[in-house]
Design a protein around this ligand. Structure first.
Ligand code: NA7
Length: 546
């Protein structure tokens, strides 16, 4: 048996007994709190390390931070009143607006009294004898509860590359995922951005417009589709509210959780002129919907090549300097096999006089110096250095904590070769612990709010079932978890996602991380069906006990 209380290094000042502990007060943690508290009448607390609610949207405040999902699909749909009373202003909401929305949710449903801010969970140990999780915080609290639910987000553990010399740098440096709340003034400054993923692509145009000079350090060129962001018309706002049920239905029955359907049309089966016209229309419309113009882009390499060539041609049309255009369009992976960004004036930014591009493939970073970045070829003097270098995605935040299941199983140990799990909801050896949008679920391959609603509803129904049947415990079996991990691999292998191993979907961006494809690529709708079927089969693959 574990010895939970003595296992914790911080002196315990207070023990609080609850029905469930939730970690994280973003979209998932808040909806899970609401569901368990108001539907099941449970005593629940959410532990949140930040000084405010919002999770990912509390931390990611970098200039240009915006959601790639369209605003009317990036919200909760569980409450019609909430849908009706909230009005987004733009096609893609900016971080401050999303944070306002999440604060509104916290107030609207009286969630704040059950959310403990500035409270970082240190460890959670399961005590088999009493069937309880013992959760300890850095602040010295000790919570005891039968259920532990992690709602820590998929992209919340910042990945800072281990570049030699960073401590020598005399300027200011920031990671986009831990941006200072007071903001950063770029006026008159020489700024460097390392990273051209979704985040770099969002922040580069905004920083370029303010800085004296911006140097972009690119390791891997990236596709990006214009977002065509704009203020929403009153007519559209009305439409989205009037059709909220229909929109919700599409999102919940869709491969990607978005509010648009993929067109049932093959790239290779269309004539060249027809194909060009379809892609042109999709390019003008912009956004993630570009990917939905055909159904085989991510399955058939030949189809993908045609779409990729169209985007490369667009980059070369937009970027006026042919050498820069060449570097930006020299992309080494199929379109959408790494997370495809959407942008506002990203490629256009390279036409500005105050922006330059450094190709790290040709001249890698050697070290950070007191003055800036030194590559194999030159030193680039900088006043401000921005790391848009992404996250230890999907598992990073969970593995930072000391989570110990039954029989002393450590999550770090169980996941040493990759995130073993069942349905992305549970890990064998960790009874009564649920992971919302964990590895093995559609998560980052889906629009997240509907994926979160589905997970939270599943978990809530599961806990209700346990209570109604007088059961105390649920745990994923090893056999079911092994089977599910195979299923996750199989789903990825049916797409081009499996071919591009230098992506964070595979954990490749974090040195030493096991190379395993983490999200479930079989589609959100299919995943929901599987979860429902598991329930109909009396929670197949889970061991239930009194
Ligand atoms: P990403 O997509 O992981 O992008 C990180 C970028 O940083 C990418 O261009 C990386 O190049 C680059 N990178 C990482 N480490 C280094 C080093 N050491 N040197 C140079 N360049 C480096 O993170 P984002 O924050 O942009 O996006 C994450 C998700 O957040 C996004 O998909 C949205 O869902 C929201 P690489 O490609 O590895 O060569």
């Amino acid at each position: 048996m574990n010895t939970p209380a003595s296992a914790h290094p911080v002196e315990v000042e207070q023990t609080i007994r609850l029905d469930a502990v939730i970690i994280g007060a973003g979209f998932s943690g808040m909806y899970q709190l609401l569901s368990l508290r108001d539907q099941l009448g449970m005593q629940v607390k959410v532990l949140e390390a930040g000084a405010g609610v919002g999770g990912t949207w509390y931390w990611n405040r970098y200039p240009g931070a915006r959601c790639d999902s369209e605003s009317h699909s990036y919200m909760f749909y569980f409450s019609k009143e909430l849908v009706n009373e909230w009005a987004w202003t733009e096609r893609y909401p900016q971080q401050p607006e999303i944070l306002r929305y999440l604060n509104h949710v916290a107030d609207r449903f009286n969630l704040r009294s059950d959310i403990l801010l500035n409270t970082r969970m240190n460890s959670a140990h399961f005590d088999e004898a009493t069937n309880r999780w013992h959760v300890y915080t850095e602040q010295g609290q000790h919570f005891v509860a039968p259920f532990l639910i992690t709602a820590v987000g998929c992209l919340s553990s910042a990945n800072l590359p281990q570049l030699p010399g960073l401590s020598d740098f005399k300027g200011q440096w920031y990671h986009t995922g831990q941006w200072p709340h007071e903001g950063v003034d770029f006026a008159g400054k020489r700024v460097g951005v390392v990273g051209t993923g979704s985040t770099g692509i969002q922040t580069i145009p905004v920083v370029a417009a303010q800085a004296q000079h911006l140097t972009v350090f690119q390791r891997t060129a990236n596709y990006s589709i214009p977002a065509r962001n704009a203020l929403l018309s009153e007519e559209f706002k009305r439409f989205a509210k009037d059709h909220s049920e229909g929109i919700r239905h599409i999102m919940n029955t869709n491969t990607n959780g978005h509010s648009f359907r993929m067109v049932n049309r093959s790239v290779t089966a269309t004539y060249p002129a027809e194909r060009e016209a379809i892609m042109e229309t999709a390019w003008i419309k912009g956004g993630l919907e570009f990917r939905a113009a055909f159904n085989d882009t991510l399955i058939n390499p030949e189809a993908n090549q045609l779409v990729a060539d169209f985007i490369r041609k667009k980059i070369r049309e937009i970027v006026l300097n042919p050498e820069v255009a060449e570097l930006l369009s020299d992309i080494d992976h199929p379109f959408a096999a790494k997370r495809p960004p959407v942008d506002s004036q990203y490629f256009e930014t390279f036409n500005r006089d105050n922006v330059s591009l450094v190709n790290l493939r040709a001249t890698p970073i050697e070290r950070i110096t007191a003055r800036g970045i030194r590559t194999a070829q030159a030193e680039y003097p900088l006043d401000i250095l921005i790391f848009a270098t992404g996250f230890d995605a999907m598992t990073g935040s969970l593995l930072k904590m000391d989570i110990q299941g039954r029989d002393g199983h450590l999550l770090k140990q169980v996941w040493r070769d990759g995130p073993l799990n069942y349905l992305g909801l549970q890990v064998p050896g960790f009874p009564n612990m649920f992971t919302i949008t964990g590895p093995g679920s559609p998560s980052v391959l889906s629009n997240l709010p509907p994926a979160i609603e589905q997970h939270v509803n599943w978990i809530t129904d599961c806990i209700r079932m346990l209570r109604d049947k007088g059961l105390q415990r649920i745990e994923a079996s090893e056999q079911a978890s092994d089977g599910w991990c195979e299923e996750v691999n199989k789903a990825a292998s049916a797409t081009l996602l499996a071919q591009v191993k230098h992506s964070w979907y595979w954990g490749a961006n974090v040195p030493g991380k096991p190379q395993v494809f983490m999200p479930y690529a079989g589609g959100f709708a299919r995943y929901t069906e599987i979860c429902n079927q598991v329930v109909s089969d009396n929670y197949r693959g889970f061991e239930l006990s009194a």
